[in-house]
Design a protein around this ligand. Structure first.
Ligand code: ACO
Length: 328
């Protein structure tokens, strides 16, 4: 069997129509624009309309990505939706997306790794491609966190937003080679979890435990500390595994949780702000959707270009964390 690598050949995104500024939130919640901005960098977030489902956001982002890649839906073998806000407990939101895209072939399932979901799903798609089982995957991060926020808890509800982003991943002949700028593709993925930290970021409900959906709960300072440490460590792990150094990476596209977390990671890695994509100011924290949303912004405005080395990395509830090093 010929050696295959995975190449990202298209990216797309979708944001709900309703944009809510910090000042808008301050009308309903005991908060201020100054508090939110100084603690998190967030200026606004998008909130899904009543009846607008995670699968609607996901399907819209997937259509956008398919169009950009010039690929028709009937070429898709696998649909992965990374989400922790699925439409229903089951079936998988990915199957709803499949139906909404009019696809009747291949297979579809959800990946649940909270804010690390997109990196986890990309790793799954990459391994299916490298094993020769599939040729084309849509990898989507899609969330409606507005539905699991406790809108009376000002310490969490101001941090999150809704949205979706998607990439099309295709099999390409030949191994991905770190030293060859012409061999576009995923060089490696690195996934981690440590369930001992489940209780610093969780949802207090679920089908088996409470038979309710529950609300997001977080010990912010603890999450902050782990986020900086794990994101810095996994970035170093990814470049080392490829015989590269952090200086070789043109763009860091981290999970968009909080500007202060990202500045902490940048300081630890000695990476200047000119190499870090930040969209949390406009999107807030959209969990599994945040990386593909940020990617789409940086591809559309021309910052990420062919041949660039791009490091995607995330941390989320679990804790889970991971990275993917990609030659664009
Ligand atoms: N508006 C106004 N005041 C607020 C708000 C708000 N929205 N929320 C909390 N406060 C108040 C608190 O009541 C407290 O007041 P008090 O001192 O009178 O009791 C004060 O602000 C400080 O509260 P802390 O929770 O200690 O605030 P902290 O400085 O730790 O900042 C924050 C909180 C921003 C959440 C911070 O801990 C953080 O950035 N954590 C990282 C967590 C994160 O970004 N998570 C995202 C999800 S996780 C992920 O994606 C990986």
């Amino acid at each position: 069997m010929p050696v295959m690598r995975s190449q990202i050949v298209g990216c797309g995104s979708y944001l709900p129509a309703q944009c809510v500024s910090n000042a808008d939130l301050a009308i309903k919640i005991d908060t201020t624009d100054e508090w939110i901005l100084s603690r998190t960098g967030i200026r606004q977030r998008y909130i899904a309309a009543d009846g607008e489902l995670t699968s609607d956001l996901a399907a819209a982002a997937a259509r956008h990505a398919l169009g950009r890649a010039g690929i028709t839906a009937d070429e898709v073998d696998l649909i992965l939706v990374a989400t922790s806000t699925p439409d229903d407990t089951f079936p998988a939101t990915a199957t709803a997306v499949q139906a909404k895209l009019g696809i009747t072939r291949g297979f579809a399932f959800d990946v649940q790794a909270v804010c690390s979901g997109f990196v986890y799903a990309l790793a799954v798609a990459d391994n299916f491609i490298k094993s020769g089982q599939i040729r084309t995957a849509i990898v989507i991060g899609a969330e409606t966190y507005s539905r699991i926020l406790d809108w009376t808890d000002r310490g969490t509800c101001v941090l999150f937003g809704d949205g979706a982003g998607a990439v099309i991943v295709r099999a390409t002949a030949g191994a991905a080679t770190a030293s060859d700028p012409d061999s576009a593709g995923i060089l490696s993925t690195h996934l981690h979890a440590d369930g001992r930290h489940r209780d610093i970021l969780y949802v207090d409900g679920g089908p088996s435990s409470t038979q309710t959906v529950g609300h997001l709960r977080m010990t912010g300072k603890e999450v902050f500390r782990h986020a900086v440490t794990c994101l810095a460590a996994v970035a170093e792990e990814a470049v080392r595994a490829n015989g590269l150094s952090l200086a070789d990476v043109r763009w860091f596209v981290p999970h968009q949780a909080n500007v202060r977390i990202l500045e902490g990671v940048a300081r630890k890695l000695a990476v200047g702000p000119d190499r870090m994509i930040m969209t949390v100011q406009q999107h807030a924290n959209t969990s599994a959707a945040s990386i593909p949303l940020a990617l789409d912004v940086a591809l559309t405005d021309g910052r990420i270009q062919r041949g660039h080395l791009v490091l995607l990395e995330a941390i989320g509830g679990g804790l889970t964390w991971g990275a993917a090093l990609v030659r664009w």
